[in-house]
Each structure stands twice: as structure tokens, then as C-alpha cells.
Design a protein. Structure first.
Length: 183
């Protein structure tokens, strides 16, 4: 029998970076794994380029609300979202930062910062819109090292790959899968 768990994720960036797509990908992967999931996308008043974030809660028990006061993991794709939302990650939480846009962070006691040059990697793969998929691949490879209490197969690369078909046309899946694997 699996021990009860909740994984609370907050993803921040600006419009056009694929923040909501990343939240949906995690949600579909959790469904693929037979888990409960709740997601809440939030938009700023602006259109493309404006402030945006998404929360995702994954659990093996019923979830009361997608609203979270403290996330276990914060994924930040730009400096503004990091500065604005970093307080939403709990003490001892994990931060995954797009170091292509967020400059070196001074280590803070009780916080773990992982940096991945996601935009640079996406550009090397041929399209900076793949930044979110690079981060997703990095996330699934690292999250269990830093939150060992999570089930080992939670949000696996396999589940994320299967879930791409819910978000992209058949033509776009191979490139997004490549970015996931590269992350």
C-alpha cells in the first residue's frame, strides 16, 4: 500500500513561455498514473508577455482545492516570477530555475536551488518554445533526489511522454519529446 502524499507545484513565468502547458502536462501525466490532480492556471491582466503562473497538486487521495499556500516545488522560468512567487515555496522546498534568464541565486538556508539553462538548451534544439519541456524533463530527473518521500514513479518521464498527445499535434510531439528527454 502506498503512503499518502501530496505534491504541490507552482510554475511561474510570463505569457508565451508555456507555463500553463507545463501545468497541463504534469496534470495529464498524473492522470495517466491513476492519481488525483488539481490544477489552477492564473493569468495577469496582460496578454502575451504578461505575468502568469499555474499551480498543480498531485496526490493519491482526494484533493480539496487547487489553491496552495506553500508549494513543495517552485519552477520559475523568468526573474519576475521568481521574485514575485518565491515566498510561495515552503521552507525546505525545491526551486528549479531557468538559469538562462534568472541570474545566479545566492544560496539561502533551508532552500534548494537547481539551475538549468533551459532556454539555451531549447534554442540549441531549434526552438526556444521548448524551454518548458526541457524544464519538465529536468524536473522528473531531479525531484526524487530532493523529495525522497515521493513515490519513485511519480510524474515519470514515460507518463509525461505519453501525455504529450493531449497537448500537441502529432507533428509537434517528436520535438517536444526530444526536449523532455534532453532536460
Amino acid at each position: 500500500m502506498m503512503k499518502n502524499f501530496n505534491l504541490r507545484i507552482i510554475i511561474g513565468g510570463h505569457g508565451g513561455q508555456g507555463v500553463h502547458t507545463l501545468g497541463k502536462l504534469f496534470s495529464y501525466a498524473a492522470i495517466e498514473e491513476g492519481l488525483e490532480v488539481s490544477s489552477l492556471p492564473t493569468y495577469g491582466a496582460e496578454m502575451r508577455g504578461g505575468y502568469i503562473f499555474s499551480t498543480v497538486v498531485v496526490s493519491n487521495k482526494e484533493i480539496a482545492t487547487p489553491v496552495i499556500s506553500q508549494a513543495d516545488v517552485g519552477i520559475f522560468l523568468d526573474p519576475f516570477s521568481f521574485q514575485y512567487l518565491k515566498g510561495k515555496v515552503r521552507e525546505g522546498g525545491l526551486f528549479i530555475l531557468n538559469s538562462s534568464l534568472i541570474k545566479k541565486i545566492k544560496e539561502e538556508e533551508g532552500k534548494t536551488f537547481l539551475e538549468v539553462p533551459a532556454t539555451e538548451i531549447a534554442e540549441r534544439l531549434g526552438d526556444n518554445r521548448l524551454t518548458n519541456m526541457v524544464v519538465a524533463g529536468y524536473f522528473v530527473k531531479k525531484v526524487h533526489q530532493f523529495i525522497p518521500s515521493l513515490p519513485k514513479n511519480l510524474l515519470s518521464l514515460e507518463s509525461l511522454t505519453k501525455s504529450l498527445s493531449h497537448l500537441f499535434s502529432r507533428k509537434l510531439i517528436p520535438l517536444n519529446e526530444k526536449a523532455l528527454n534532453y532536460g
